[in-house]
Design a protein around this ligand. Structure first.
Ligand code: NCD
Length: 304
């Protein structure tokens, strides 16, 4: 992909290092502009529809904030019960309708592959804001941006992915994105929640599986924590078996490097002890702020 203008954003696999570099340069410029001016008049005539079939706080709010700070307009649709979806309308028909009103659609949907389906139906850009247990490419972009801003770049780093690696779409996107760099990946998960083979097969970096966080920690520069994705379990009993099986706390990090950073796409349930928030190594709220700049940059480039 040469330029992001007019493109769909469907998978992290689209983002080669040169595209990330262009995006992150723009994100840094956005940070400066927001610090100096708060908002800009860059996308004044443009309209974004946030179409969310699943709950969201950060992703929907940060896309909305990004568009508003660029001077654009936002139209949220998340009460699916009151839309024609409740009458049985297909995703394709919903998309073909909404694109008549907007310049870009940000879509979150419970089915893997839904963003591709939407993009095939639409003439305007579709941004995948999470398709079931599939991917969440814009989260991975802000994760990578945070790793670069906090640690000076992913090259040479050892990155540990902890949690529900099976259902965690942010993990699927981040692992694919990091695979373009010189990193080592450590995987730590409950036995039943390992990284899917389809994602593993896409990775061309060194990958080591660990039984416990403790064994991965001495070689960890970035600890990426995720919650167990309760909504992806068919049976509550299966969720109950794994919930609470790992917790990152000041005690669990005793053997960690002093300059390790802890990331989390959020929301957290119980997998990061709230006492960690006061620890300067906890970078997850700085990561949230970076999401604003990265999504501003992405919208400016896609709609540019
Ligand atoms: C993630 C998601 O929706 O996949 N949240 C987010 O967008 N920051 C992670 C999660 O829900 O656990």
């Amino acid at each position: 992909m040469k330029s992001l203008a007019g493109q769909d954003v469907l998978t992290a696999g689209q983002f080669k290092p040169s595209v990330c570099e262009q995006l992150f340069k723009e994100a840094r410029a956005m940070r400066t502009l927001v610090d100096e001016h708060g908002s800009l008049d860059r996308l004044g005539s443009r309209v974004l529809i946030n179409l969310f079939y699943e709950p969201s706080t950060r992703t929907s709010a940060s896309f909305a904030a990004a568009m508003l700070r660029l001077g654009g307009k936002v139209f949220p649709i998340n009460e699916i019960k009151t839309s024609s979806v409740a009458k049985g309308e297909t995703l394709e028909d919903t998309i073909k309708t909404l694109e008549q009103y907007a310049d870009v659609i940000v879509l979150r949907h419970p089915e893997a592959g839904s963003a591709q389906r939407a993009a095939a139906a639409a003439d305007i850009p579709i941004i995948n804001a999470g398709d079931g247990a599939g991917e969440h490419p814009t989260q991975a972009l802000l994760d990578l941006f945070t790793i670069i801003e906090e640690k000076g770049g992913p090259d040479g780093l050892s990155i540990t992915l902890l949690g529900d690696l099976k259902h965690g779409r942010t993990v699927h996107s981040l692992a694919r994105l990091l695979s373009n760099y010189d990193v080592r990946l450590n995987l730590v998960s409950p036995k039943t929640l390992g990284l899917p083979k389809a994602v593993r097969d896409d990775l061309s970096v060194s990958v080591t599986e660990h039984d416990s966080l403790e064994s991965a920690l001495p070689d960890t520069d970035v600890l990426y924590v995720t919650r167990v994705q309760r909504e992806r379990f068919a049976k509550k009993a299966d969720y109950d078996k794994v919930k609470g099986s790992y917790v990152v706390s000041p005690e669990s990090l005793v053997k960690a490097k002093d300059d390790l950073i802890v990331l989390h796409p959020l929301p957290r349930v119980d997998e990061i002890d709230a006492r960690m928030d006061a620890d300067p190594r906890a970078a997850y709220f700085r990561e949230v702020r970076n999401g604003l700049y990265v999504r501003m940059a992405l919208l400016a480039l896609v709609l540019g």
